[in-house]
Design a protein around this ligand. Structure first.
Ligand SMILES: C[S@@+](CC[C@H](N)C(=O)[O-])C[C@H]1O[C@@H](n2cnc3c(N)ncnc32)[C@H](O)[C@@H]1O
Length: 236
């Protein structure tokens, strides 16, 4: 890689108690202090009960550690999970780890997995920053990040997910030939990520893989914002 990291390394996972008694793999990190996640992550007692039952089956847990399960695909910030269900329906073999902080979205994905009888997906209600250090390097064949929160104000750009240290770690996690696929409706985010990933000698831009459209994407298109898909392959 030709560029040097601009921030400190990705933080180690911290297993903190959860706000709403929701099971979660790793609750540590600043994203959960953001009122957006706190307010919008609440669920009714019935939904919470459904969540807990389904998370036993589909959630990543201490009994199903990452090192043993060894996912090949990582999807970060899946929202309501339609892209994950679509991927796993098309390929029911490849192991997918799907990570999001948003409890109701995690529940929606788990319901989708159950309805489609999908067995090759594990879900983590977690801040991905806490999981990245735990994944084994060089194992992923695909990383998908579709419409990460755009944080459009310049002064909030530091809150965007694809910071230099995160990009560095994701490139480490990819195996040879692995692909990082990113989509956004934010022109400035796309420019930043393109410039950032251009700095990695081991990456080469490729045509983005086909993917299902997402809920956020539909919203962006309705609002008249163009969508960009960008992808890079890690050289051997
Ligand atoms: C704008 S939404 C897009 C959701 C989905 N990909 C779509 O296109 O509809 C961004 C998602 O990223 C999740 N997210 C944001 N920061 C995250 C983090 N650090 N770790 C895991 N998920 C995160 C949010 O909870 C949210 O579901």
């Amino acid at each position: 890689m030709s560029s040097s990291p601009e921030r400190s390394p990705v933080p180690s996972p911290v297993r903190a108690p959860d706000d709403g008694a929701l099971p979660s793999y790793d609750a540590g990190s600043d994203v959960r202090d953001d009122p957006w996640y706190g307010r919008r992550g609440r669920m009714s007692p019935q939904r919470l009960a459904d969540f807990t039952e389904l998370y036993v089956r589909y959630g990543l847990s201490g009994a199903d550690p990452l090192a043993a399960w060894r996912p090949a695909t990582l999807e970060i910030g899946f929202g309501a999970g339609e892209s994950v269900v679509d991927l796993a329906t098309a390929d029911p073999i490849t192991r997918v780890l799907a990570v999001d902080t948003f409890g109701p979205g995690v529940l929606a994905l788990m319901r989708g997995l159950e309805a489609a009888a999908i067995e090759n997906v594990r879900v983590a209600r977690a801040n991905v920053l806490g999981l990245l250090p735990e994944l084994p390097a060089g194992q992923l064949t695909l990383v998908r990040i579709f419409f990460p929160d755009p944080w459009p104000k310049r002064r909030h750009a530091g809150r965007r997910l694809l910071q230099p240290d995160v990009a560095t770690r994701l490139v480490e996690l990819l195996g040879s030939g692995g692909v990082l696929h990113y989509a956004t409706d934010s022109t400035s985010y796309a420019q930043d990520v393109r410039a950032r990933l251009h700095g990695f000698d081991e990456l080469t831009p490729v045509a983005p893989p086909v993917r299902a459209s997402t809920r956020y994407e539909a919203h962006a298109l309705r609002a008249g914002r163009p969508v960009r898909d960008l992808a890079w392959r890690k050289r051997a």
